[in-house]
Write a protein that binds this ligand. Structure first.
Ligand code: NAP
Ligand code: MN
Length: 269
């Protein structure tokens, strides 16, 4: 089985990545292959897994990811830095077990002459404006829904719902649900301007189109990537046809992960 390692630059991560590489080289079953891996092991935090996902973006449905965390427990990372031996053993006994989660499809049309763009996000995409209020029309399934005025919008996946989306008051979605969420950032609401004011959750057969009033000075992100400085005509968000796969050798219940991360250790633990 072909395995790649994607590590951040921290000293613990480097040490763990080196240990892992040695173990893979020693193994008769595992083979290191950074170019065409079947398994990608990310070493670091959730941010590192996000970078690994974008690095292997083109092969997203062919690989399975595994996350080792070298800091605090993460949402995409199940293994601790001192568990390298157990992880290698699990890889050697792999029988293809996996769990998959939805991804966000982002289709961007520009008002310049350049080509349109398609991206996929694992956490979220945001659209923000740097100078002045962002004013955009929002359509759901092609039907006008509302005119938004405020700082910006965040469109997230279920696994991304615990990231930026949570900070802007979005709901946490169990990633067993195939859905995307749109949450507002500081919308302006008064007698003149009105938005719904609460996050909305979109099923697989619907899509969101965002059309900015002013095509310039918008900032579009896709996970930790800043997309472009080009004038945006419209953005279409939907659930991606592809999903991300994780090699599942152990299972942490989603709500337990949420409670451990945000509330603290439970007295029963
Ligand atoms: P970062 O600034 O290190 O990330 C911010 C925090 O978000 C880190 O603690 C990171 O965990 C955590 N995180 C990432 N994905 C998560 C997830 N799915 N569920 C829960 N927490 C998650 O930058 P980064 O590590 O490159 O991550 C990029 C992400 O940061 C973006 O996709 C966005 O979701 C998030 N972000 C949040 C805000 C905000 O809340 N105001 C603003 C900008 C970006 P690790 O320490 O394990 O990496
Ligand atoms: Mn980070």
């Amino acid at each position: 089985m072909k395995v790649a390692i994607y590590s951040n630059d921290g000293s613990t991560s480097n040490r763990v990545a080196q240990q892992l590489k040695t173990k893979i080289d020693e193994s008769k079953i595992l083979e290191y292959d950074g170019l065409n891996p079947e398994i990608v092991i990310s070493v670091g935090g959730d941010g590192t897994l996000l970078s690994a996902f974008h690095h292997y973006n083109d092969a997203v449905s062919k690989v399975r990811f595994v996350g080792i965390h070298t800091g605090h427990l993460g949402f995409y990372t199940d293994w601790r830095d001192y568990e390298v031996n157990e992880l290698v053993e699990s890889l050697e006994n792999d029988n293809g077990q996996s769990v998959s989660y939805p991804l966000l499809s982002i289709k961007v049309k520009y008002s310049d002459d350049g080509p349109d763009d398609n991206f996929i996000a694992l956490n979220e995409s945001t659209l923000k404006r740097i100078n002045g209020t962002m004013v955009t029309d929002i359509y759901i399934k092609g039907e006008f829904f509302e005119k938004f005025r405020g700082d910006g919008l965040c469109v997230s996946t279920p696994t991304g719902s615990t990231a930026y989306n949570k900070s802007v008051g979005g709901a946490i979605i169990n990633p067993q649900l195939n859905a995307i969420q749109v949450s507002e950032m500081a919308s302006i609401n008064n007698r003149v301007f009105r938005t719904l004011g609460s996050p909305i959750i979109i099923p697989p057969d619907e899509w969101i189109t965002i059309v900015p009033d002013n095509q310039e000075h918008n900032i579009l992100t896709c996970d930790q990537l800043l997309i472009h400085n080009r004038p945006i005509k419209s953005i279409q968000y939907s659930i991606c046809n592809e999903r991300i796969y994780f090699a599942q050798y152990r299972h942490t219940h989603f709500w337990k992960r949420v409670s451990n991360s945000f509330i603290g250790v439970h007295p029963d633990d």
